[in-house]
Write a protein that binds this ligand. Structure first.
Ligand code: ATP
Length: 317
């Protein structure tokens, strides 16, 4: 089976709420794809539609080229963790997994393997009802792995994990992708994905607002801005503007630097700026390309898609 998820033109309305408004993206094998967007952006609904738990009004969602409902032994095709608390609290972790395994024709040996894989060995005989959220997440991932599926889909798997657990999760997801699986991981926090994901599908208001590599998102957000520090701002401005750049700062109050000697230049690369300043013998002490953080890039992209924002935050925008 192809290790892919293909979502095309999904629309889904709940009453007056348009949860999905033309959601389209593809998850490819061998990498972790981060599915990121603010609360209410439509991530869980998309995952539920992919798993056949919700029906879309329009569009298609395919796992390995087929709709989920058409898969025989679905756990062998796609492993999913949507809600870690969806378990029978009186069952032990191992019995929970045994019950799932049997439903898919899988043996007890596989159950013990996945228990070890997620680090729950010492808790396997404990009742799942007494598990912390972090332990439930691990149990949910064990369940997703039971059928050794080529496709994994995890909704906010780092929720409830302690810092050690978060680091473990990052490495674990990356190793699953390195084995050639397609791994889709959702989060409403970019910080949770930035060290994990190779590729990002950023969503807002039910649609994709960016489908890009992590490096691509950073490059777009940086916007080609270069900061410059010079003791001769007027001469620098004149030389750079003449070469086609847009220059702000030095008393205009619009630059990102501080003080009269700081300029912000767009439209020219750092190398080009250095060459021009040298040619016109304009002194400068610093030329640096602005690097946006992933968080900044994400906030910029999803600014219009945030459903709930504190009043103080609203005022700053
Ligand atoms: N069963 C439902 N009935 C009514 N509205 C729903 C239902 N499920 C989702 N919605 C609405 O659809 C929109 C998308 O919700 P969804 O849970 O998919 O977003 P999300 O990106 O997963 O958000 P979060 O990060 O908060 O989990 C929201 O406005 C939500 O309130």
């Amino acid at each position: 089976m192809r290790a892919t998820i293909e979502v095309a033109g999904l629309r889904k309305r709940f009453g007056h709420t348009m949860a999905l408004d033309g959601m389209s993206f593809t998850v490819t094998p061998g990498q972790v794809t981060g599915f990121v967007g603010p609360n209410g952006a439509g991530k869980s609904t998309t995952m539920r539609v992919i798993l056949g738990l919700d029906a879309a009004d329009e569009g298609s969602a395919l796992v390995g080229g087929r709709p989920y409902t058409g898969l025989r032994d679905p756990l062998r095709h796609v492993g999913a963790l949507l809600d870690a608390s969806a378990l029978q609290p009186s069952r032990t972790a191992r019995n929970h997994l045994l019950w799932l395994a049997h439903s898919q024709g899988l043996g007890a040996g596989r159950v013990d393997e996945v228990i070890e894989q997620v680090g729950l060995g010492s808790a396997a005989q404990r009742k799942a009802g007494g598990f912390s959220l972090g332990m439930r997440q691990r149990l949910g991932i064990a369940a997703a792995l039971l059928g050794d599926p080529p496709v994994l889909m995890l909704d906010e798997p780092s929720n409830g994990l302690d810092p050690e657990g978060i680091i473990w999760m990052r490495g674990f997801l990356r190793s699953l992708a390195a084995e050639g699986r397609a791994v889709l991981v959702s989060s409403h926090l970019m910080s949770e994905l930035e060290d994990t994901a190779d590729h990002l599908v950023v969503v807002g208001r039910g649609r994709v607002v960016a489908d890009t590599s992590v490096a691509g998102l950073l490059a777009t957000a940086s916007g080609g801005r270069v900061s410059l520090r010079t003791s001769a701002p007027s001469e620098a401005m004149a030389a750079l503007t003449q070469a086609g750049a847009t220059v702000t700062g030095a008393g205009t109050g619009t630059g990102t630097g501080t003080g009269r000697d700081a300029l912000t230049v767009t439209g020219l690369t750092g190398e080009h700026i250095v060459a021009l300043l040298n040619r016109y013998a304009v002194p400068f002490s610093e030329v640096s390309a602005h690097r946006a953080t992933l968080e900044e890039a994400y906030l910029e992209l999803t600014r219009d898609a945030v459903e709930f924002r504190a009043a103080g935050q609203e005022a700053t925008r």
